[in-house]
Design a protein around this ligand. Sequence first.
Ligand SMILES: Cc1cc2nc3c(=O)[nH]c(=O)nc-3n(C[C@H](O)[C@H](O)[C@H](O)COP(=O)(O)OP(=O)(O)OC[C@H]3O[C@@H](n4cnc5c(N)ncnc54)[C@H](O)[C@@H]3O)c2cc1C
Length: 371
Amino acid sequence: MDESTLRVDRCDVVVVGAGIVGAAIAARLARQGLQVAVLEAQQVAGGATGRSAGMVLTGMPGHYRWAVRTFGREQARAIWSLSVEGREHLAETAARLGVPLERSGSWALAVTQEEAEALQESAELLREDNFAVGFRTADPLQRGFLSALHYPDDGVVDAADMARALLSSAPIAVHTGTEVQALEMEGEDVRVWAHRRTVRCSAVVLAVDGYAPILEPSLSRWVSLGQALVVTAEGTGSSLPSPCYADYGYEYVRPLPDGRLLLGAWRYPRQSPPSDAPDPDEALREGLSRFARRYFPEVEGHIVQRRTGTIGCTADGLPVVGVLPHLLGVYFALGLGGWGLCWAFVAAERVVEMMLEGAPAGLLAAERLTV
Ligand SMILES: Cc1cc2nc3c(=O)[nH]c(=O)nc-3n(C[C@H](O)[C@H](O)[C@H](O)COP(=O)(O)OP(=O)(O)OC[C@H]3O[C@@H](n4cnc5c(N)ncnc54)[C@H](O)[C@@H]3O)c2cc1C
């Protein structure tokens, strides 16, 4: 390391990662009057946040029937309620910071008979549990989908703008191009070793999502790597009412305000090292091509942009919040998955409450994944 460029600083909390989660955590802590530094390896929103399709979707992939069968009715209801809380927190914050969030609603679309039944049953269960949804046996897009579930309160937002606005909303020292390489206890404090910088602080929050196991290998027991792909098509003349997702949420399409169409897919876990290379996994690319050929054939030959990104995934699909057992001042909010936008503020709030008040992380607690 070049000692002449090594800067030693002191602050209350270091947040590692300037995606939407790190930005929400930093803003919340700074508003409490704490001295906060954000260390980001790339630029603000340089990870999944800046690559996201911007759809703010209620719940989690798999539809409500799957959640009820997997977690039980009461816990599924609690999970959906939390996601609604996260969606509304994001919407209120966007309004306060002047970031446009369009309440476009969203459609979940069935690609198989089995999924059509899952959607119908999910709609009934959601209504019984007082969530706002609509259901149609006919395809609202008239493209061969078998049924459709409507979430009227979902929306779209520019997640990168949101992260930037959060970081500008309070006195926060943001250091980009500053990859954190190691963490160690120094008395009761934590010493953060980063590229050309070292910081001593009372606590650290890791908000690095899919990159977590690279920075701290022990986190691989909770977070594995997933990959997402988004392509943009222009000049197709297609018009859609709002974001739509299909195949249990793993493929989606969204109209952009300028008339282009954005199509995307994601999968997890991925065994090989993460990559933001322009060429994603063959399987992911093939899956999205099949989806596009079948339901949006007009995009063929019109793809003008392609971007991929790394996402962090947990075994049950919910984010994970906790503190490292061997570094007690190091907290984490990770595993946001492919639907991370509505969960970002939930994870951020939980980790801040845990750090400041010792509050339990509830449904997001890491312990749930180790039993
Ligand atoms: C292509 C794509 C499309 C998506 N579309 C949607 C969507 O439409 N709706 C939705 O809800 N979700 C979507 N997602 C998922 C969503 O974007 C993520 O769940 C969310 O952005 C995660 O936010 P984060 O802040 O936890 O992580 P990130 O945004 O990944 O931020 C983590 C940051 O940590 C930094 N970092 C990593 N390691 C270090 C280190 N050692 N030192 C310093 N910094 C480090 C990274 O550079 C990165 O900026 C999409 C994801 C991708 C990739």
